[in-house]
Design a protein around this ligand. Sequence first.
Ligand code: ATP
Length: 293
Amino acid sequence: MAIWNLGSINADLVYRVPHLPAPGETLASLEMSRGLGGKGANMSVAIARAGAQVRHLGAVGPDGGWMIERLLEYGVDTRLIERRSEPSGHAIIAVDDAGENQIILYPGANRAISELALAEQLSAARSSDIFLFQNETNAQITGATLASQRGLQVAYAAAPFDPEAVKAALPLLDLLILNDVEAAQLAEATGLEPRALPIRDVVVTRGVKGATWYETDSGSATDIAAIPSNAVDTTGAGDTFTGFLLAGLDRGKPMRQALDLAAKAAAIMVTRVGTADAIPDLKDIEDRFGPGH
Ligand code: ATP
């Protein structure tokens, strides 16, 4: 079995600044770092580190070779990632001494994925596979429709949130993952609480308060507690949670066990600074929680 992840690949360019720039101001940065990010790339890395096979569907520009190499090093199948003429997606992040930040996001190649190529790629998918997507690329509905037609389970991590994107995807979904802010926005846009959505499984994450899994067939709601952790940076906790949840399902775990694994991975992730490069693996989980994952 494999997970086909249609998702963004971004360079996170982080500049340390004495203060956030004011309009018209030119500011020298004290320090710069470049890391791999983008919700899609984060989830692919999490899936690979959780021991499942992941084929990343997406695109980078001529400047994106290092990101493909990094994904490959982390165990992601990168053979289907397109090289486009647009620059790669990137985030220009200014961070001041108080930890406040300012972010400019340029989607670039993430929004230039060829629907034709995607259709060709997905023709090799099997009905036992899973299709995952987020809201940082183009071609989402095309991909989800093709995957659903081929009998794959379709999972959507609905971020960054856009009510219209979720409404369009709803009829295609088997699993929806969103955080509590997004769940409230969706309820406002559709009039439907998570348990009333026409989707088999809905998972709402609530940060340090844990997560809730709604099974719409039975109407049951199961809480998955967050695991107490010394949190220093919660960036990427949601992507790590989603990647480990999907990997657990792909590896044949029941939903509840896959959710427990996801909570463990996210609990380690919040103790680390960084995004894709900081995502834990199964060994980290064993070191903290013991064997058997
Ligand atoms: P992000 O956008 O920052 O990646 P998110 O809003 O999508 O995050 P959250 O709901 O913040 O996702 O977190 C996902 C999961 O991570 C939670 O359900 C929980 O299991 C775990 N988690 C988040 N914050 C903490 C924390 N401080 N301590 C332990 N676990 C946490």
